[in-house]
Write a protein that binds this ligand. Structure first.
Ligand SMILES: NC(=O)c1ccc[n+]([C@@H]2O[C@H](COP(=O)([O-])OP(=O)(O)OC[C@H]3O[C@@H](n4cnc5c(N)ncnc54)[C@H](OP(=O)(O)O)[C@@H]3O)[C@@H](O)[C@H]2O)c1
Length: 249
């Protein structure tokens, strides 16, 4: 393979693999020679994506990441079937909109389960010696970690939590040869963005009508940045949150 990025025969776990950034990442990792291990709830979508890949060692495991207690067993099973992991990307996420007067503890908890707790739990299990060859963990955070948005308190808080965890885990897992980083995209053209436009009505649509080029980017572009962070080319990077496509936001 004659690519700048070479992930040949690396076992890379991707959550949120059925849609958007995760789905594009799976295809990009396949291009770079990785064995991709996909997690999401929608099995039909995962089968379709697996069938579209060139590599023959790609696997999928349908799973609801809100079930935190089952994650250790899931990862154990994945490692038994595929061998140790060389990378993990947490792209699973939910971004519901809710004004503060309606934002209950339960609502926040549901966002945290998928966006934050499952990321920390998978990282915890990944970091056990029997489960990894060192490697690289990448969380898909968001610009929402740094900037507020209307009726998005739970989402913004969950992404700030992810970036805090990334900085701490990078320090703690350095001795194990595991790098930990995140990307903080601005808007990306996925189902989550479509949903945002739908929920936000005219206000949201007007915000993007006359936007400068590149404010909303395609998921494939974010997938390339994540692939770089997974690769040995990024061997000196750990504990960073990389802002992407923020110009004009
Ligand atoms: N789109 C943007 O503008 C944007 C900007 C910044 C950051 N992000 C972040 O990027 C990540 C990916 O978002 P996206 O835009 O690609 O959205 P998307 O197209 O809606 O994809 C979300 C993914 O998360 C998975 N997921 C959601 N709940 C899950 C659960 N309980 N268990 C397992 N998987 C679950 C979904 O799979 P199933 O439904 O099959 O379970 C899907 O694969 C998210 O963390 C999001 O916060 C997005």
């Amino acid at each position: 393979m004659n690519n700048y990025i070479d992930l040949s025969n690396k076992n890379i776990l991707v959550t949120g693999a059925s849609s958007g950034i995760g789905k594009s990442l799976v295809k990009t990792l396949d291009k770079y020679g990785a064995n991709v291990i996909m997690i999401a709830r929608n099995e039909d979508k995962l089968i379709e994506i697996k069938n579209s890949l060139n590599g023959t060692n790609n696997k999928y495991y349908p799973y609801d990441l809100a079930d935190i207690d089952g994650i250790e067993q899931l990862i154990k099973h994945i490692v038994e079937e595929n061998g140790k992991l060389d990378g993990y990307v947490h792209s699973a996420g939910v971004g519901p909109t809710c004004p503060i007067n309606l934002t209950t503890y339960k609502f926040i908890h549901e966002v945290m389960l998928v966006n934050f707790y499952s990321f920390v739990e998978i990282s915890r299990v990944y970091a056990k010696k029997k489960n990894n060859n060192g490697g690289s963990i990448v969380a898909v955070s968001s610009m929402a970690s740094l900037r507020g948005d209307n009726a998005k308190m739970a989402y913004c808080a969950s992404k700030a939590a992810v970036d805090g965890a990334v900085r701490a885990l990078a320090v703690e897992l350095k001795a194990k040869g595991i790098r930990v980083n995140s990307v903080q995209p601005g808007w990306v053209n996925t189902e989550m963005f479509e949903e945002y436009l739908k929920m936000g009505g005219d206000d949201a649509r007007n915000r993007f009508k006359n936007n400068p080029k590149n404010t909303v980017v395609e998921p494939e572009e974010i997938a390339e940045t994540i692939s770089f962070l997974l690769s040995d080319n990024a061997s000196v990077l750990s504990g960073i949150s990389m802002i992407t496509n923020a110009v004009g936001l």
